[in-house]
Ligand binder design. Structure first.
Ligand code: PGA
Length: 245
């Protein structure tokens, strides 16, 4: 696992957007595993800039997203489908038919089957983008006694509900269940980039880059088993976790 320390969060976002843009150039029919959350908003804003400045072509790019809340209409501004359209897909020449975000409203078992199939359709993703939760979740794979390899329904951790409450009118409105890729599917991507910033992520990042264990109590630690995983943190977070390179 490679760790990159940047000057600040803005630099982290630029760096990751640069990597995605390069993949789009190198492989015009690449499949990208995408993520949502506050961390990724600026990455997508940078990617949209690169799309315009460098005339990137997304017309044959395919995407599959990590997760979606159960019970969320795709038109709801708090859904991850809406987030993806709003932050990226509406601003580049991607064919939305080539983008997949699990539907939050259908029959859950059918959607999970479809989700599992989409992850591997025409091959696993070339690239997977990840944020990280307060307790170390990736996608919505929460910390616990065991991890799921495949896409499944997850009960959200109280730390996740609290962190995501900022987007909802009140905490009681945050969905408590979501569909998420499993950790095996996340690690099936050819290369994985995880981006983190902010003091709330200190414990999760400590477990990921400072400790030698792979543990379901910090799901992000499965990335230690991946052959091409990169963790991008800024100087402020590196100092907080005591990472010196
Ligand atoms: P955040 O979420 O980017 O909003 O902090 C990351 C995550 O929960 O994976």
């Amino acid at each position: 696992m490679k760790v990159i320390v940047t000057e600040n969060f803005a630099e982290s976002c630029k760096l990751v957007a640069r990597r995605i843009a390069d993949i789009v150039k190198e492989k015009p029919n690449a499949k990208l595993g995408l993520a949502t959350g506050g961390t990724c908003e600026d990455i997508y804003a940078n990617l949209v800039k690169l799309y315009h400045n460098e005339k990137l072509d997304f017309s044959d790019i395919h995407t599959v997203n990590l997760d979606e809340y159960i019970g969320m209409e795709p038109t709801n501004p708090l859904s991850y489908r809406y987030y993806m359209n709003h932050n990226l897909f509406d601003h580049v020449n991607i064919d939305k038919a080539n983008t997949y975000v699990a539907g939050g409203m259908g029959n859950v078992e059918d959607t999970i089957d479809e989700f599992r199939a989409k992850i591997y359709e025409d091959g696993a993703p070339d690239f997977q983008l990840l944020g990280i939760g307060v307790s170390g979740h990736i996608g919505f794979n929460e910390a616990g006694e065991q991890l799921h390899s495949l896409a499944h329904v997850e009960q959200l951790d109280t730390t996740t509900i609290e962190a995501n409450a900022r987007y909802f009118e009140d905490k009681n409105k945050v969905p408590t269940t979501a569909m998420t890729m499993g950790v095996g599917e996340i690690c099936a991507a050819n290369e994985v980039w995880l981006v983190a910033s902010g003091a709330s992520k200190v414990n999760a990042i400590k477990g990921l880059i400072m400790e030698p264990y792979v543990t379901p109590h910090n799901p992000s630690t499965v990335l230690k088993l991946h052959q091409d995983a990169t963790v991008v943190i800024d100087k402020a977070l590196a100092e907080l976790v005591g990472y010196k390179g």
